[in-house]
Design a protein around this ligand. Structure first.
Ligand SMILES: N[C@@H](CCC[C@H](N)C(=O)O)C(=O)O
Length: 317
């Protein structure tokens, strides 16, 4: 079977996007694509939905399925809006139907999309995380990791563990890697694994680096950046409202609003098309070959944008 794929990224968190009916072989397809293209972090499947403009499913590099992907949803939002000639839509995801919207194109020609990040839960059972008889863990050191770093466990709805660290600690990610690898193998705390982020104050905003479940370190993780913006507001590091979030792959804006006892979160950033590919796929054997690539010229524009934020990101990477 010949598949038509689009290579896309949000903040250099890179995916192959496929529009197709849902099929059990898509997890294996994700593994095979990421094996052949080491720059890819996973597969975004755009499938028909009974109740929304489309359904997004997300497969990590190791083939595991995630309930949500913020950077991926921006790319799916662009794909669906351009396909249907619309400027906003609702996209079905594993746990919620989410509103997405086209934003003004940046002056250097970068397509921008805003996506809702929801639902938000601090209940440990929603990650899941097991730690004694605690039901939440917000801005407190986890004694088995460090006596100094305040950690927060939050589901948006995929699971995140976020530590607020001094900027100097971002230069060497070995501490973060050690714990993230432990929590994403057999362990007593996170039965389904967890995305582990370290966040620090950066300029007027924050910088976030994430070790993703099912992938490893990525250039950026949209749900992690939005959850980190929320945690940074709770910690008083930045004010509520729009938070600039720098990452190894660029910069996004995360809006954090408090409504009664709950939070409304939104993630705005680039949705870049890198190239078009054909993939010759033997569903039976799980083997395939990335056959051809047409570069789409958008990546050069994005690289100029990265240069503009490099004065801040270079302090951390
Ligand atoms: N990169 C994504 C998150 C992808 C899923 C994550 N690895 C998980 O397993 O929860 C993002 O941009 O949010």
């Amino acid at each position: 079977m010949e598949l038509e794929l689009l290579k896309v990224h949000g903040s250099m968190n890179t995916f192959y996007l496929l529009e197709a009916e849902e099929h059990e072989s898509h997890s294996r397809l994700a593994v095979e694509l990421c094996r052949q293209d080491g720059s890819a972090d996973g597969l975004l499947l755009v499938a028909p939905s009974q109740r929304a403009a489309a359904k997004m499913r997300v497969f990590n590099r190791d083939g595991s399925e995630a309930s949500m992907c913020g950077n991926g949803l921006r790319c799916v939002a662009r794909y669906v809006c351009e396909r249907d000639g619309i400027e906003e839509a609702v996209i079905e995801t594993m746990k919620a139907d989410l509103h997405v919207k086209k934003e003004p194109v940046l002056e250097d020609g970068i397509e921008m999309y805003a996506v809702e990040i929801s639902p938000v839960s601090f209940r440990l059972e929603d990650l899941p995380m097991a730690y004694g008889n605690h039901s939440e863990w917000i801005l407190k050191p986890l004694p088995f990791i460090s006596a100094e770093i305040p950690f927060t466990a939050v589901a948006v709805p995929n699971p995140h563990l976020i530590g607020i660290v001094p900027a100097v600690m971002q230069k060497d990610s070995s501490h973060q890697k050690e714990w993230a690898e432990l929590f994403n193998g057999p362990n007593e705390y996170f039965a389904d694994g967890v995305n582990v982020s370290y966040a620090s104050k950066a300029g007027e905003g924050i910088f976030v680096r994430t070790f993703e479940r099912g992938v490893g370190f990525t250039n950026a993780c949209g749900t992690a950046m939005t959850a980190s913006a929320l945690v940074s507001c709770l910690a008083g590091i930045v004010p509520y409202g729009e938070v600039a979030v720098y990452n190894p792959g660029g910069m996004v804006k995360c809006s954090v609003l408090q409504k009664g006892g709950s939070f409304e979160l939104r993630l705005t950033g680039n949705a870049t098309y890198v190239s078009r590919h054909r993939f010759l796929w033997e569903e039976g054997t799980g083997e395939g070959r990335l056959a051809a690539s047409d570069e789409l010229g958008e990546q050069a524009l994005y690289e100029k944008f990265i240069e503009q934020v490099s004065a801040i990101t270079h302090q951390f990477v």
